[in-house]
Design a protein around this ligand. Structure first.
Ligand code: GLP
Length: 239
């Protein structure tokens, strides 16, 4: 696991270079994308590079990590809405090449189809991750089996509380989400994990140096062959 500490802008620029290089080498690369406030500076950097003609997403395909159950794609807090707003609407990606799990049609067949479609696309080349204060990756909360594939998960009270800052009240935060599993994430070829802020410092310490334990889902990343952790000074302060 490689760790890079820098200012928010520095790490956004360095991470964005990984995307520039990957898409130059493999224009139809499959990107695993993430939501939350953390990836926003990276997405802003990718949009800037695109406008400067340095990166094209014309043939890229994307699969997002997760989506809340029950929110329409037009709901401002749905992850589909977030992706359109923060990235897709500003670059040359084709709408049909972007996938966000379907939080409205959650039959077992629909949910299982996601892993199948990732495999049919050739697997994810570069997976972007944020991290929860409890070490969750996507919405894989502590205790999630290492072998899990895309599934419906119940959000912990802690996660709902943390994410309630985006909603009018905690009661509006969905209780469930569709989420790529730990195995789905571990099967990706390269991973970049971003963390910003002091409240992520403990989770980052456990990710990099902690015992591999389901109590901290991100600790499994120690076993992945190609992970780069980008953190700002605050998130990296306990390393
Ligand atoms: C949510 C998302 C995660 C994200 C995490 C951290 O729960 N499902 O994918 O990594 O929050 O969010 P933030 O980046 O806003 O701190």
């Amino acid at each position: 696991m490689k760790v890079i500490v820098g200012s928010t802008q520095e790490i956004a620029e360095k991470g964005a270079q990984q995307y520039v290089e990957l898409l130059a080498k493999k224009p139809n690369a499959v990107l695993g994308l993430a939501t939350g406030s953390t990836p926003e500076p990276l997405y802003a950097e990718l949009i800037k590079l695109h406008k400067e003609g340095k990166i094209s997403f014309a043939d890229a395909r994307t699969f997002n990590l997760d989506e809340y159950c029950g929110l329409q794609p037009t709901h401002p807090q749905s992850y589909r809405y977030f992706m359109q707003d923060k990235l897709f609407d500003h670059v040359d990606i084709k709408a049909e090449n972007t996938r966000v799990p379907d939080g409205l049609h959650t039959t077992p067949e629909n949910v299982e189809e996601y892993d199948r479609d990732i495999a049919l696309a050739g697997g994810i080349d570069l997976q972007l991750l944020g991290i929860g204060v409890n070490g969750h990756i996507a919405f894989n909360e502590p205790g999630t089996p290492w072998g899990s594939l895309t599934q419906i998960v119940e959000l912990t009270e802690k996660t709902r509380e943390v994410n309630s800052r985006f909603f009018d009240s905690i009661d509006d935060v969905p209780t469930h989400a569709v989420c790529m599993g730990i195995r789905t994430i571990m099967n990706t070829k390269d991973i970049v994990l971003y963390a910003l802020g002091e409240n992520k410092a403990e989770a980052i310490k456990k990710t990099v140096y902690g015992k591999i334990s389901k109590k901290c889902p991100s600790s499994i990343l120690q076993l992945h062959p190609s992970v780069t952790v980008y953190c700002d000074e605050a998130a990296g302060s306990l390393l």
